[in-house]
Ligand binder design. Structure first.
Ligand code: FMN
Ligand code: EPS
Length: 383
């Protein structure tokens, strides 16, 4: 399974094409749209989210609610486009005032130099994390593939601007229930209040905040990924997928960076065997991956998001039209998008797990996929 996305932030729409889904996967569009709505929420989002009401249209590859095995096309209309038809016109002379004050921390300056553009908008339109709406749509499809075999992905926000649940590692089951009530995606009511206060203070000061998210994937079939080559390792692929989310700057699995201070005797998960349920571990420091393969325990990924680059109290920059000092441009912006990034992190995790699943059990249709998985699981249960 592979996918591409297209679309500018203020263009007509975002599109994704997914290729390689097995035929016979039941797709519930309401569940896809629930994921789209989750990504739009979160305390600290800017004015754009008041305009958009992201809904996915399926344009190909699905008939009567089931995949056909042909490419699936997903489209999301940008409601804001009608305010940008002149400035985003695909033909005619340039219109609108060019953006010439690149924002430190965004793609602006490096993008205009690399692509030889005179208007930063030519870069920021595609660099914008608006594109992650298309990824969440693809991820929602991948989640439905995983759900068909009993796997689930969830997430929560660990901290924002340095406040949050610093040392808690909740289990999968407790998260889904507890984060529903939260506007920052946090599972702890006190931490939630602290995070909201930090976001309010940042907004007041014309500043922005980042934070840490945790994504968990439960009931993942053991043996996805491989130890045999660097680019087949599941952790390689999950790390790359998480790092592909705009503003994500670090990723860890399981104990992650805490391994640096642990002796080997306290760093690994001891192995047991139960005649009824097979091999198991009573701890999960590895975060569900050993030797580049899922080991059947919950996959636990943490990722850190840097603070949003667009600041209402802007940083110093240089005008690309005349090289004079200038304050960086101040577009309408989020103050904090960590909760949204958590939903995108779930989507990227589901996509990679879906891909790894279809590589291990390559199948044209769900019937063959489920049969292959059952045979594999039977073998494992007797090992
Ligand atoms: C969901 C989400 C929303 C974002 N919203 C904004 C925003 O409103 N303004 C902004 O300047 N950056 C925003 N960002 C971050 C930028 O897209 C990102 O910093 C930029 O593309 C540069 O990429 P880099 O930070 O990975 O270097 C957002 C990121 C995500 C994941
Ligand atoms: C549109 C989304 O996020 C955008 C990401 C973003 C950026 O620079 O990354 C800048 C802002 O866009 P705008 O300039 O239209 O206000 C955010 O709103 C979205 O998440 O759907």
């Amino acid at each position: 399974m592979r996918f591409l996305t297209a679309g500018e932030s203020h263009g007509q729409c975002l599109t994704a094409i997914i290729e390689g889904l097995p035929a016979g996967l039941i797709l519930d569009i309401d569940r896809i749209n629930e994921e789209m709505a989750r990504r739009q929420q979160g305390y600290g989002r800017g004015g754009r989210m008041q305009i958009e009401k992201d809904k996915v249209e399926i344009l190909s590859g699905v008939r009567f609610g089931m995949t056909l095995g042909s490419p699936v096309t997903l489209a999301i209309t940008n409601r804001d486009w009608e305010n940008w038809t002149e400035r985003m016109a695909v033909s005619g002379p340039p219109r609108g005032i060019p953006v010439t004050a690149p924002r430190p921390g965004h793609a602006d300056l490096t993008g205009v130099l690399k692509y030889d553009r005179e208007d930063v908008r030519d870069i920021l339109e595609r660099a914008s994390a608006r594109e992650t709406a298309a990824r969440v749509a693809v991820g929602a499809v991948a989640k439905q593939l995983l759900a068909a075999i009993g796997s689930q992905v969830t997430s929560h926000v660990v901290n924002i601007g340095g406040v949050g649940i610093q040392n808690t590692r909740p289990d999968f089951a407790s998260i889904a229930k507890r984060r529903e009530k939260s506007v920052v995606g946090c599972i702890d009511a006190k931490a939630e209040q602290d995070m909201k206060a930090a976001i309010d203070a940042a907004k007041e000061q014309g500043d922005s905040l980042g934070g840490t998210i945790e994504v968990l994937a439960d009931a993942v079939i053991p043996g996805l990924g491989s130890h045999v080559h660097w680019d087949r390792r599941l952790d390689t692929r999950l790390a790359a997928a998480m790092m592909s989310i705009p503003a994500i700057k670090g990723v860890e699995f399981g104990a992650g960076f805490a391994y640096a201070a642990l002796p080997g005797s306290k760093a690994h998960d001891e192995i047991y065997h139960d005649p009824g349920s097979g091999y198991c571990r009573s701890t999960n420091l590895a975060g569900g991956i050993e030797g580049g393969m899922s080991n059947g325990e919950t996959i636990v990924i943490r990722a850190v998001m840097k603070p949003i680059p667009t600041l209402m109290k802007p940083l110093q920059s240089v005008d690309i039209a005349n090289h004079q000092p200038i304050s960086a441009s101040t577009e309408r912006s989020d103050v904090c998008a960590v909760p949204a990034a958590a939903v995108v992190g779930e989507a990227m995790t589901a996509i990679v797990l879906g891909q790894a699943l279809l590589e291990k059990f390559s199948s044209d249709c769900m019937t063959d996929l489920l049969a292959a998985i059952e045979q594999y699981q039977n073998r494992l249960s007797q090992a």
